[in-house]
Design a protein around this ligand. Structure first.
Ligand code: GLU
Length: 298
């Protein structure tokens, strides 16, 4: 199988400059190592009509090109179901009937790390199971036999993080992100995962799941986020932060791309040129604060 990197946006709205910077980084990591670059639309949840087209348009406008067809998660249900069946057959899943509130309010299990599922439904006997099944639909959780797992990240080094009995399929039947991402990356031949460092805490769960499915664990690079003037992760409400808004103020996509490249210490211009100068070790490790652009980037 070919090796590839990817960008995997959730089509919940327009991309902002923080998302575009991450996409550019993912592209640079992949292209500078001779990998293919794939685009996967993570539309299992939070999809807004029209957002995918806007996102693809904006990626192309800053020079992020991809190989082959765009893959959409909603078309891949059977792949996810197969992976869950394999885990179930190995005794690695159980049904969970807890509401979000019940999980939050449950006393945590002794020695369980903060934020871990307390295990309420882990060992239900058949009578309890039968009763709970009559009350509401079940989610499927992983029966994890570790509490922590260590991943290696190109920018963060060794990172140990929580692995609990996380949800694989929600009780509304929707495949959970942590399962879908692992199955998709493996099935698409993705061996390099570059994304925002807000997702680093989810990575031990994903790598552990990959190990259970005998899937090779990809190379990870979690890149610093773009933040607003208060140091908080950038959001649409922070003003003109989408290409559309910035264009209205007279800034072309190329100007925005150049500003993002400069924030990474890379030469302005086409991404191909930046790829020649790209060196992961030289990347800034701190979040980058976005400040308003003046018309035409002046
Ligand atoms: N779809 C996720 C997001 O937009 C990214 C998932 C990933 O890169 O693994 O936040």
């Amino acid at each position: 199988m070919t090796s590839a990197g990817r960008f995997a946006p959730s089509p919940s709205g327009e991309l902002h400059v923080g998302n575009l910077r991450t996409a550019i980084l993912a592209w640079l990591f992949a292209r500078s190592t001779g990998r293919k670059f794939l685009l996967r639309v993570e539309d299992l949840d939070r999809a807004r009509a029209g957002a995918e087209a806007e996102q693809l348009r904006d990626l192309e406008a800053v020079g992020v090109t991809w190989d082959g067809d765009v893959v959409r998660q909603t078309a891949r249900g059977p792949l996810y179901a197969r992976a869950i069946s394999r885990l179930a057959a190995a005794g690695l899943t159980y049904e969970c009937f807890c509401t979000r509130r019940e999980v939050q309010e449950a006393p945590s299990a002794p020695h369980a790390p903060q934020g871990a599922y307390p295990g309420t439904c882990r060992n239900l006997d058949s009578a309890e199971l039968e009763f709970k099944r009559s009350t509401r639909p079940a989610a499927i959780r992983l029966r994890a036999d570790v509490a922590e797992y260590t991943v290696h990240d190109v920018l963060h080094g060794a990172y140990a993080g929580l692995v609990d009995d996380f949800v694989l399929r929600r009780n509304d039947g929707v495949t959970a992100y942590n399962l879908a991402v692992v199955v998709d990356d493996a099935e698409q031949g993705i061996d390099q995962v570059v994304r925002g460092d807000d997702l680093l805490p989810s990575t031990p769960r994903q790598a552990f799941l990959a190990s259970l499915l005998n899937i090779p664990i990809p190379e990870y690079a979690h890149v610093p986020l773009v933040v607003n003037a208060d140091g908080v992760r950038l959001a649409k409400r922070d003003g003109a932060v989408t290409l559309r808004d910035l264009a209205k103020a007279g800034n072309s996509a190329a100007t925005v791309r150049d500003r993002l490249l400069e924030s990474l210490g890379l030469p302005a211009g086409p991404l191909e040129k930046a790829a020649e100068a790209f060196e992961p070790a030289a990347l800034p490790r701190e979040p980058w604060a976005w400040s308003a652009m003046r018309p035409s980037g002046s």
